[in-house]
Structure formats: C-alpha cells, structure tokens
Design a binder for this molecule. Structure first.
Ligand SMILES: Cc1cc2nc3c(=O)[nH]c(=O)nc-3n(C[C@H](O)[C@H](O)[C@H](O)COP(=O)(O)OP(=O)(O)OC[C@H]3O[C@@H](n4cnc5c(N)ncnc54)[C@H](O)[C@@H]3O)c2cc1C
Length: 392
C-alpha cells in the first residue's frame, strides 16, 4: 500500500527539519489528544488550559512570529503544524490558530511595544489564553457593519456591544475586540482593543448545542460599559485592514489544516477497506472502491501541492489575499467532499465516533464558514479576475 502523498511525490517537497517538526507535533497529539477526542467531541468540551501549555512548549503558539518568546519559524512550517493539528481535530487546530494567528498576530502586528511585552510571551507559553472578537450576530461576512462601539470618556474608552461565535471567549484571559469608534465613519472608524476579560462589564457566555467543532469552546462576548485606558487601543490599526490582516493569517493556516483533516479521513479509509470483507473479498478489491480512492487521492494531493506552493509564496513575501482565498476555498471544499466520501466507504461504522471521518466532516462545516465562507472567497477571487467587486 502506498500513501497518497507518496504517489504524488510530495515527500520530496518538504524539508527535513519541517518533517521532523511534523513528527514531534504528531507524537504529542498521539499521546495527549487523539485518545480523548471522541470523548471531548461527545461531551462538547476540551481542556484548553491543559492543552495550551503543551502546545506552548512545542512552540506552536504564535509559531511564525518573531521575538517575544515566539518560535519564529517559516510560514510553511507553521502550515505543516496546522496540518498535523487538524488531522487530529479542527477544534484543536482552531485553538492554536485563534491564539497565534488571530489574537497574538493582532498584538504583534498592530500593538504597542508595551502591549507586546505584556501579552505575547505568556500567550506564546500557553499560560494566557486569547480570543478574537470580530463577528457579530448580524455582521459575519460583512464585519464593516459592526454595531459594537467605543466612545471616548476623558482619557478612557468605553465599549458597548456584543460579539458572536468567538472561539475560546469563555476561557480567555484576554480578548482582541474590534469596535466602531466614530459615528458615520464606516469601516475607517474601526479600531482594535486589547481587553483583559476580568474588566468589569465583560462577559462571555458559552454557545452550546453545536453539531460541529464540538472539541472547541465557542462563546459570545458581551460588553456593557467596559472601561479601558487609552493604552488598551491597538495604536497601529485603523480601519478594516487591521482585522482583515489577522484573518488572512488564520486563513493561511486553514489551507494546510483542512488538508490534514482530509488526510486523516483517507488514511483511516484506506486501512478500513483493506480489512473489511464484503461478498467474500476485501472492500479495497472492488473497482468502485478504487475509483473513489483514486479520485479522493487526486484531490488530496492537489490540495497539498497548492498549500505548499502558497506556503513557499508566503515565505518569499509575495502571497496575495486572492491567493489565500484560492487555497482556503479549495482546501475546505475538497476536504469536506473527501470526508463525506470516506464516510460512504465506512458504511454504518462511519457514522460513529469510533472512526474520525464524520467528526471531521462535521467540523469542516465550521471551517468552511469561518475565516470567510466559500462565497466570500469566490467573490475575492472574482474581484481579482475581473476588477469588479461583487460583494454588494
Ligand atoms: C465554530 C465557529 C467559530 C468561530 N470563531 C470565530 C472567532 O473566533 N472570531 C470571530 O470573529 N468570528 C468567529 N466565527 C464567525 C465566522 O467568522 C462567521 O460565522 C462567518 O464570517 C460567516 O458569518 P455568518 O455566520 O454571519 O454568515 P452570513 O454572513 O450570514 O452568511 C450566510 C450566507 O450568505 C453568504 N453570503 C454572504 N455575503 C454574500 C454575498 N455578498 N454574496 C453572496 N452570498 C453571500 C455566505 O457565504 C453564507 O453562505 C466563528 C464561527 C464558527 C461557526
């Protein structure tokens, strides 16, 4: 039996140090995560506070950021780590993405020196948990319309409003919150704030009854007269480009991550079809099965090649937003199709938590929705192709 990536000749495209890093991430996941995933998924909870320091030790939090206790790896290495994390579970990769690419990146890219020194080292170590509040109940794909606002009061800022679907909010120590600071200014008035979650007026009720990303904590953020000093404002970010730059970072990780979920589904299925006997021979020996396996391997390999190509472009400093959209759209769309096709080959066993395939398929519903839906990425690619924006 040959692995789909080997059929594609992908192994030679990954550097030795990148492969070593993947192996160490996988070893920690095999020991501390994989044995518990089915239970966490069923319970709808995950021990974020136990996992974050383990991931911090591995250098996974803010992995490709420089300084302040961050590992400072290449973007491709970070992508490959996301691939391993999501091969375990999208919720586990989300924990790392939100911490590193959203909360830490926002502070690293847009924060003051004091903010960086105050927050980043403990976040890189996984001692302090961060979250990123952009989406609101009525403003997901169109965050520019946000209603959460910050007004000046003397030297302070006072925040009011609410955020929805915020990963890690109920367990976070610090929230990066985006708010409108000027009436009638539109997106230009959007600014970011670093909000300690023990500030009076801040609360983060958990969102329950999810059918997807159950091994991940999701919440609302409610802001009622949350008073912050001037030093809480991210000084360098003005307008929607601030939060969008962070989303681009997280989207990059998803390009690799979703490939990891699909790889896990296909590896599971390849092993299953060889063992499962139907009509007196292995399921793997039927032409219809092999056609499915060949098509899935083709899409998995293509998605991995695209991810690696985009990783190398990011490392060269030339990756453009529409290229990130190409990768995020392709990885999510093809991975979810692979997960569902794998489920068919596992028959009834495929609907249980004994096997990871339906867990991955369900998780990928969230992954294809957050960080820009398929349609938002199609519109981004369409704008690049035609020069016409068709968002509104
Ligand atoms: C599990 C989970 C975790 C999340 N974590 C975070 C987080 O940590 N921080 C955060 O800020 N947000 C987070 N989100 C929110 C996520 O980013 C939003 O759900 C996403 O942006 C989509 O917004 P929406 O759900 O309001 O959908 P909507 O914007 O209401 O979209 C509904 C449908 O309309 C389509 N649509 C939208 N605009 C157009 C258009 N112009 N043309 C055609 N079709 C269009 C969409 O593609 C989609 O199919 C999370 C979401 C989930 C599910």
């Amino acid at each position: 039996m040959t692995h789909p990536f080997t059929v594609f000749g992908i192994d030679g495209l990954i550097e030795d140090d990148e492969r070593d890093m993947q192996r160490s991430v996988r070893a920690v996941l095999d020991e501390a995560v994989r044995p518990h995933l089915a239970d966490w998924f069923e319970a709808g909870s995950v021990p974020v506070r136990e996992l974050a320091p383990r991931f911090g030790e591995l250098g996974l939090l803010g992995m490709h950021l420089e300084g302040y206790g961050c590992a400072g790896t290449s973007a491709t290495a970070y992508g490959l780590a996301c691939l391993e994390l999501e091969a375990a579970d999208s919720g586990i990769r989300s924990l790392v993405s939100v911490q590193g690419s959203l909360a830490m990146f926002a502070i690293h890219r847009w924060g003051s020196e004091e903010q960086k020194e105050q927050w980043l080292p403990s976040m890189a170590a996984g001692e302090v948990i961060g979250c990123f509040g952009l989406t609101e109940q009525d403003f997901g794909s169109n965050p520019a319309g946000m209603r959460t606002h910050a007004r000046r009061d003397g030297g302070d800022w006072v925040l009011n409003g609410s955020k929805m679907w915020i990963t890690n909010a109920p367990v976070a120590d610090v929230a990066v919150v985006w708010a409108q600071t000027e009436r009638d200014a539109g997106p230009k008035g959007i600014r970011g704030f670093v909000v300690p979650t023990d500030t009076p007026g801040f609360s983060a009720p958990e969102i329950t009854k999810k059918l997807s990303l159950r091994a991940s904590v999701t919440g609302e953020i409610v802001l009622e007269d949350v008073r912050l000093p001037e030093s809480a404002l991210l000084p360098q970010a003005a307008g929607l480009s601030g939060p969008l730059s962070c989303l681009n970072e997280a989207r990059f990780g998803i390009i690799f991550g979703a490939v990891g979920a699909a790889r896990d589904c296909l590896e599971t299925t390849l092993s299953y079809v060889r063992d499962r006997e139907i009509f007196d021979k292995p399921l793997a020996a039927y032409q219809l099965t092999q056609a499915k396996l060949a098509d899935m391997s083709l899409e998995l390999g293509k998605a991995m090649l695209l991810a690696l190509h985009l990783g190398r472009l990011k490392d060269a400093g030339t990756l453009r937003p529409e290229q990130v959209s190409l990768g995020k759209l392709n990885s999510c769309r093809e991975s979810i199709a692979i997960a569902r096709e794998c489920r068919t080959l596992l028959g009834a066993n495929g609907i249980t938590l004994e096997y990871p395939v339906l867990r991955h398929a369900n998780n990928l519903e969230s992954v294809r929705t957050y960080e820009g839906t398929d349609e938002i990425h199609q519109l981004t690619i369409g704008r690049a192709l035609t020069g016409e924006q068709a968002f509104r």
